[in-house]
Ligand binder design. Structure first.
Ligand SMILES: *[C@@H]1O[C@H](CO)[C@@H](O)[C@H](O)[C@H]1NC(C)=O
Length: 284
C-alpha cells in the first residue's frame, strides 16, 4: 500500500499532465492542425534555406583570373571611353535597372524615361568600347547623393552594366572600371583622364564621351577647350534627354558659369558646390 501510494504520488501528476495535454489536442482539432502545419512549414523552410544555393557573388575564381590578367594589360590601352554618371543606384538587384525605385533620384529626375536614359548611356559606352579593343571604359561619377550613403555613380553604372551582362559584350568587362570622384561634367572629363593615366601609365590618345546631346557643347567647346585637348581627338555620343526643354534652359546657365570660370572653381551655382556637404563629403 505504501509503495502504491508512493507510486501514485509520484506518477499521477505526470500522467495527469499527459492526459490533459492529449485531451487538449483531441478537444481542439483546429489548433492541432495549425500546430502541425506550423511545425512542418518551419522545418521545410529551414531545410530549403540550408539547401538552396547562396546568391552568387559576381566575383568567382574565373573573375579573379580575368581581372588579374586585365590589370597587366591596361598599359596597352590607347583610348578612353567615358560614361558620365547622373545618379546613384540603390537597388540590390542590378537587373532591375529600369525600375525608378532602384535609383536614388532627385525630384527633377523622377520623370518617365529618366532611368532608361541612364541605361542608354551605359549601353552606348559598352558598345563604343566593344568596337574599339584598345579602349578603356570608365563609368564616371562620385558619391554625389550623400543622402544615399557612400555609393558612387561610377560604381552604380558599372554594376548595372554587369547586371545587364554588358549588353552582349562580356569581353568589355575586363576593360571597364570606374572614376568615383567627379561631381560635375568638368570633373567627369578631367578626373577620368587622370584615372586613365593612373591605370595605364599614359594619357589617352582619343576620348569618347557618352552623355546627353544637350551637353555636347559643354564637353566639346568648353571642357575640352579648357584643358586644351585636341578637338579632333574627342568624340561625343549624345542621347536624347527625357526633359529637353527644362534641360536646355538649365544648360544655358551652366554654360555661362563655365564660360566665366572654365575649371568651375568659383561658380557656386555648379552642383560641385552644392554636393560638397559635410560631414562625409570631401573637397578637391
Ligand atoms: C585616334 O583618332 C584619330 C583621328 O580619328 C585616328 O586617326 C587614330 O587612329 C586614333 N587612335 C587610336 C589609337 O585609335
Amino acid at each position: 500500500m505504501h509503495t502504491r501510494g508512493y507510486d501514485l504520488e509520484i506518477g499521477s501528476p505526470t500522467a495527469r499532465r499527459r492526459r490533459t495535454c492529449n485531451r487538449w489536442l483531441a478537444d481542439y482539432p483546429v489548433e492541432r492542425t495549425i500546430l502541425a502545419v506550423t511545425i512542418v512549414s518551419v522545418s521545410v523552410l529551414a531545410i530549403m534555406g540550408l539547401l538552396s544555393p547562396r546568391e552568387p557573388s559576381f566575383v568567382d575564381a574565373a573573375t579573379v583570373e580575368e581581372f588579374a590578367l586585365a590589370h597587366q594589360t591596361y598599359g596597352n590601352l590607347k583610348n578612353l571611353v567615358i560614361v558620365a554618371g547622373h545618379a546613384v543606384y540603390i537597388g540590390t538587384d542590378f537587373t532591375k535597372a529600369d525600375d525608378m525605385d532602384s535609383w536614388f533620384l532627385e525630384d527633377y529626375q523622377r520623370i518617365p524615361g529618366q532611368v532608361e536614359s541612364f541605361i542608354e548611356h551605359i549601353s552606348q559606352g559598352v558598345e563604343a568600347a566593344a568596337k574599339d579593343p584598345s579602349a578603356l571604359l570608365l563609368f564616371s561619377g562620385g558619391e554625389t547623393r550623400h543622402l544615399a550613403g557612400p555609393l558612387s555613380e561610377g560604381a552604380s553604372y558599372w554594376f548595372v552594366a554587369n547586371g545587364l551582362n554588358w549588353f552582349g559584350h562580356p569581353n568589355v568587362r575586363q576593360r571597364s572600371l570606374t572614376e568615383a570622384h567627379a561631381r560635375d561634367s568638368f570633373e567627369n572629363l578631367i578626373f577620368s583622364i587622370c584615372r586613365f593615366y593612373e591605370l595605364t601609365g599614359h594619357f589617352p590618345e582619343n576620348i569618347t564621351v557618352v552623355g546627353y546631346e544637350f551637353k555636347r557643347e559643354r564637353f566639346v567647346d568648353y571642357h575640352r577647350a579648357a584643358i586644351a585637348f585636341p578637338a579632333e581627338r574627342l568624340k561625343y555620343i549624345g542621347t536624347a534627354a527625357p526633359n529637353p526643354t527644362t534641360a536646355s534652359t538649365g544648360e544655358m546657365k551652366t554654360l555661362s558659369a563655365f564660360q566665366r570660370d572654365p575649371f568651375g572653381c568659383q561658380a557656386s551655382s555648379l552642383p560641385r558646390f552644392q554636393w560638397a556637404l559635410p560631414p562625409h563629403s570631401w573637397r578637391v
